[in-house]
Design a protein around this ligand. Sequence first.
Ligand SMILES: [Zn+2]
Length: 271
Amino acid sequence: MPELPEVTVISEDVAALAKDREVLRAAVFRPDVTNVEPEEFTRRLVGRRLRGTGRRGKIMALDFGDVVGIVHLVISGRVLRLDEWTEPDRMNTAILEFDNGLVLAFTRLWLGYFDLYEPGAEEKHPLISRLGPDPFSEAFTPEYLTEAFRRKASIKSLLLDQSVVAGLGNIYVDEVLFTAGVHPARKANTLSAQKIQKVHAATRDILGRAIELRGTTFDSYHDAFGETGKYQHELKVFTRAGEPCPKCGTLIEKSRVAGRGTHVCPACQPL
Ligand SMILES: [Zn+2]
């Protein structure tokens, strides 16, 4: 599932391809792809120009002026360029055609969605209204994390919780905690101030580097130009179970923490 770096890259790509372009055609495959009737989806987007794109956590926001599109790519959802307009289908679940000939397909939105909102109303979207601070925002400080970590929950479950910090998912949480030398199952309220500093710094460093490398291609992620990311080559523990730790040589172990497959160096990340 695309996390903060991948959604950043996709939303910047969509802006690079379609900003200031007018929507000529728009359609969704089925009513469950969006929060409005399929005819209304078409009517509200056709004739609008894309003013810009943004990101809220792992959710992409498309600004069409009087309409805001909120796109959540879940699991293997992607944004693809098609050669020409085609009617949406089970794979290409929502399609937009712009006046420069660009046709963008938002794929596999059965679990995600492409919802339409009045400007400002998207803040009430259930997944947006409860988002915690963005890792690159001023509100995301070691002091903020210290407060957020005053709980007995595992550090991994808190970092995955979008109301604590917006945008992290399973890949980057494992990488952040390895870099910080913190075991994912560690109770958050037992972390030292120094470890919290490290978690904070590693979060920004790793996400920033992953954006530079245009994301991680683990299963199906590609950017809107159809290219894979490059950050998978820099993953230290994620998907590396059984391989030597890049810091100490101990074999990376895989277990389950917070209900998710979790990758740990037992020597660098003691519980
Ligand atoms: Zn190690």
